[in-house]
Design a protein around this ligand. Sequence first.
Ligand SMILES: Cc1cc2nc3c(=O)[nH]c(=O)nc-3n(C[C@H](O)[C@H](O)[C@H](O)COP(=O)(O)OP(=O)(O)OC[C@H]3O[C@@H](n4cnc5c(N)ncnc54)[C@H](O)[C@@H]3O)c2cc1C
Length: 837
Amino acid sequence: MASAPTSLPPTLSARVVIIGAGIVGANLADELVARGWNNITVVEQGPLDLPGGSTSHAPGLVFQTNPSKTMTLFAKYTVEKLLSLEKDGFSCFNQVGGLEVATTDERYEELKRKLGYATSWGIEARLLDAAGCAKLYPLLNEELVLGGLHIPSDGLALAARATQLLIERSREAGVTYLGSTPVTGIEQSSGRVSGVETPNGTIPADIVVSCAGFWGVEVGAMVGMSIPLLPLAHQYVKTTAVPELKGRNELPNGANLPILRHQDQDLYYREHGEQYGIGYYGHRPMPVVAASLGMTPQQVNEQNMPSRMAFTPEDFEPAWKASQELLPALRETEIADGFNGIFSFTPDGGTIVGQSPDVDGFYVAEAVWVTHSAGVARAVAELLTTGRSTIDLAECDVSRFEEVQFARTYVSETSQQNFVEIYDIIHPLAPRESPRNLRVSPFHARQRELGAFFLEAGGWERPFWYESNALLLDKLPSEWQPIERDSWSARYYSPIAAAEAWKTRTAVAMYDMTPLRRLEVSGPGAIDLLQKLTTGDVSKKPGAVTYTLLLNEQGGIRSDITVARLDEETFQVGANSPVDLVYLTREARRQRQEDPLRWVQIRDVTGGTCCVGLWGPLARDLVSTISDDNFSNDGLRYFRAKKATIGGVPVTAMRLSYVGELGWEIYTTADNGQRLWDVLWQAGQPFGVIAAGRTAFNALRLEKGYRAWGTDMTTEHDPYEAGVGFAVRAAKEAFVGKAALEGRSEDTASRRLRCLTVDDGRSVVLGKEPVFREGEPVGYVTSAAFGYTIGKPIAYAYLPSWVYEGDPMEIEYFGNWIRATVTREPVFDPEMRRLRG
Ligand SMILES: Cc1cc2nc3c(=O)[nH]c(=O)nc-3n(C[C@H](O)[C@H](O)[C@H](O)COP(=O)(O)OP(=O)(O)OC[C@H]3O[C@@H](n4cnc5c(N)ncnc54)[C@H](O)[C@@H]3O)c2cc1C
């Protein structure tokens, strides 16, 4: 996550301007004053009592459970905060509970999976059968419903009221609010914000946070920042009075029944006193350009606000029919009022948080639902005041997107797709169908010839297995035979992966590692920069490769990287998300400001280069037939790099392997890529070389216990909890995060990432499932795979430190309990004979 402002240390007196007084902006002002910051101005283009953004008409349903731990924890905090926000004896949260019903078998299974998420992330939930649903919600058509998921702590946020109370509270604490004041520009000086322009003059600012909701694109443009967000309209109606609701609710907008979701028909419901409110996502996407709305602030009222467009009844027809089927009481009603309300969608459905990569001090907190509003605001307040959010922000970071994903055509298509799929049942591996083939490696044509099955991530096409290897299945020894999978874990999976794993362990395989990010870090200040930011010693002689960590000041893992010293002043860094590039670039900028002689250049060379991971016990035999360079154990030792020529292709070879076998990551430029593939392929034929995909790769890396950033470790974990303490060189004089690690070790960690193997040898889980000890939830799965070499499924899970090797655990998967045992790791080749051989 982007660090605190650079040239200006976080300080109580930093002048903060927040753009937008919706639920996010008001919450942020409140969170900042709660942390003692005292120089805050909130600028809102609409009237403060009803600004006219999405919050002004949000029905405020809060369903907390989400596949994302981060988003669920944001929602949980929002519920807690709004419950405690009271005036005149009424809080801003009506905790009526939430009920999601299933009308198809597939949805009922999905609700079981969701129950797992709720348990993993610490939300109490229970599955109900149809009768249980009807008992809880008597207006339901019981015959239509198969069952439901009940979350007692869900409910209704009184969003507009909460915003007013937060404005009131923070104003009393000294925050200045300027209503009916549009921000028209943002001033910058020496690469950081210096003020905010309005028709009434410029407001000086050290930090500007855009909480402008679906106007985010326009506000971002004021600093030249692309915001990958698309405003879309979404239909919401209120019915006439429902006889069955008469007398149930004292307040005109009150509610007693749980909030209700009927996702099989893209619908949700709440009470408004005697009326029903119905939200619908099943209609065509209706994109809007915020700048075109052309509303002046003076015109805002309940019926007339920029975020509220005219209702299009024809789009609502299927919803009305489906609603009357689910809730027969609605048959006696009509639609009293409806509108098409606007809010923000993004390419991956996530929120957008963080600092501009180019303009210091400019932050965004956009595409935030009411559900997550207080949680996001707290995270941004923590970021500003301490440089780090307690809850990991990687999934929300505005810098998580790849360059191609900022293109407006991409944002538009994928955000609309997200709208369409918002309530769909999506498999965690499901790729988007369009746009595809945005980024392909130089090996793509060859991979297609071999029948690669591609999944997409970050715009890259990545082979998961190759149909050409199906022939190997007949030759598989019995102990390598793939197991039958359940229908969910069998999606985006092929048993061919077993054959690819077998060949990797017994012969040699080629893996396309091109999509892994490569940064070239060079210049006279490169060594200082990397020494300061990493936990390892990267000052070794050229040719050394170091696996090391980037920590934040609190000791949380921002990323794990490999640093190869190519020459005195040039390093190749194998990194993770684009966030790493932004972080290194910002820190390089800071170093140069401090000392111009220690300049560093950071280039993302991923697209211009490519990489084959050539791994397996026969890898050395293969390479020695087409290279005169010394690839012997002494010629290129483990964790060393050197330039070489393979089959006439100039390469850089690094002796590393995520699959735990002898071999090298072989890099060359993109133009040489296809020839590199071809020479390896041809020379490999006598050795039985195969191309292998990510399904096998993931299984093999888990057998070796190699952690994946983002799932197995995040900023919420320190190196000892994540099991990568070996990458911390405590003797090093100074590095970011060192002070925070003082006194910590594996022994002091209260939870640790542990390896589980599944007792029945066949039940595969996928990740995020809750783990139980004697019936009590104690942790959650991060990564999982079938360990082909050991013939058992493997799951890594965060578990309390009082759990020991050999302890029996249970993993809940679709409501079933799978027995598993805490196992010594790695489960394959702990002596590293394969790698060092
Ligand atoms: C019909 C509908 C139903 C919804 N239902 C739910 C729900 O049930 N649960 C849920 O969690 N979410 C729901 N949402 C989404 C939710 O309403 C929004 O995500 C949320 O309100 C966004 O809050 P915000 O503060 O980011 O944006 P906003 O409330 O839009 O606030 C942004 C503010 O920034 C101001 N602004 C913009 N540009 C400028 C500028 N240049 N100068 C000054 N001020 C500026 C705007 O005037 C606005 O007041 C719904 C949305 C709609 C449309």
